[in-house]
Design a protein around this ligand. Structure first.
Ligand code: ATP
Ligand code: MG
Ligand code: FE
Length: 333
């Protein structure tokens, strides 16, 4: 089965080709226009998608070595995401499927993040747990089959990626700040500053208190000692990252204990974080888990994961009609 997949939920325009469950190409165009605004501007994201989509799809096809006539389905991210961004991918996918007279597959973006773990070996066995941590979501997902997923824990306020990005903003770092905190953290002492761990019952998360604590901490330190921030950036970043990672890992340990599941995966943009990647490996050794981390380029938004999900949906016969509409929010389906 040959499928072309399109991802346009946020600020990456991406296209991938999958053949028999193997990724042949995965082209990603990052939008740089948002940097100057300190966050993604939805209107500008839609326009950039509109500009990028044709060249990105052409590049993906060319790299795959397949012709348009070799394709058997077109897949697109249907939800969740920015509605204007999703519409660009959806309209393009519909037009292409209609022109080629092949079926259309609508993909849930968060399900796709989880299935990024199936792009390369070794693959987790069912059932497994996936900690999906991205710019808009923080979830612990119980995965019983490629398309059978249940969210068993999630954030009550900010996502883990937002916690990174908002902390970075407080520290005066440019958007998106997550990768920069990661970079500084590598040279810092993670135990130098103690930020609070929220006490949230069950498997849910909260990150908004941490953000406030960091804001008060930096304001106070800077007032007492001007230049404190700049002088201590590595230690501050390492301490923030350490706290976010321990919040995530403590809930993951709890979820594993409660479910008895020991195949543990991570996914989403924040799974690119080196502190989290190291922690997963470390905890895995401690608790006897088999751990799974997607390759770096399959962690942040990409169409390869949409293609992987579409592959399973094609096998299951899950197609959408011409009246399919994207939605900004959607539960797992
Ligand atoms: P969602 O998937 O919830 O719709 P999204 O698609 O915007 O949101 P992703 O592209 O999966 O999110 O992830 C982007 C997030 O990942 C950003 O918050 C970014 O800061 C964070 N991120 C990326 N790399 C790192 C890193 N090395 N360390 C920490 N955070 C990172
Ligand atoms: Mg993004
Ligand atoms: Fe994402």
């Amino acid at each position: 089965i040959n499928i072309l997949a399109i991802e346009s939920s946020c600020d990456e325009t991406s296209a991938a080709v999958i053949s028999g469950g193997k990724i042949l190409s995965n082209i990603i165009a990052n939008q740089t226009v948002h940097e100057q605004y300190g966050g993604v501007v939805p209107e500008l994201a839609s326009r950039a998608h509109q500009e990028n989509i044709v060249p990105v799809v052409e590049a993906a096809l060319q790299k795959s070595g397949l012709q348009k006539s070799d394709l058997q389905a077109i897949a697109f991210t249907q939800s969740p995401g920015l509605i204007g961004s999703l519409l660009v991918g959806a309209c393009f996918a519909k037009a292409m499927a209609l022109a080629l007279d092949i079926p259309l597959i609508g993909v849930h973006h968060m399900q796709a993040h989880v299935l990024a773990n199936f792009i390369e070996d070794p693959k987790p066995r069912f059932p497994f747990l996936c900690l999906t941590v991205s710019g808009g979501h923080t979830q612990i997902v119980r995965v019983d089959g490629p398309l059978q997923m249940t969210v068993i824990g999630e954030t009550l306020d900010d996502a883990a990626g937002e916690a990174f990005d908002k902390s970075a903003k407080i520290l005066g770092l440019p958007y998106p700040g997550g990768p920069l905190i990661d970079k500084y953290a590598k040279e810092g002492d993670p135990k130098r500053f103690k930020f609070p761990e929220p006490q949230i019952p069950g498997l849910n998360f909260s990150f908004s208190g941490l953000k406030t604590a960091i804001l008060y901490f930096t304001q106070q330190q800077e007032q007492e000692q001007p230049g404190f921030l700049a002088a201590n950036m590595p230690d501050i970043c390492a301490s923030i990252q350490d706290r976010i990672v321990t919040i995530l890992m403590n809930k993951l340990v709890k979820a594993s204990k409660e479910t008895g599941i020991k195949d543990i995966a991570i996914a989403g943009g924040v799974s690119a974080n080196s502190g989290l990647r190291n922690a997963l490996t470390h905890y895995g050794e401690k608790y006897g888990w088999s751990t799974f981390i997607p390759k770096f380029e399959y962690c942040t938004d990409n169409a390869a994961m949409i293609a992987m999900t579409a592959h399973y949906k094609y096998i299951a016969g899950e197609f959408v009609g011409w009246d399919a509409i994207p939605s900004a929010r959607a539960v797992f389906g």
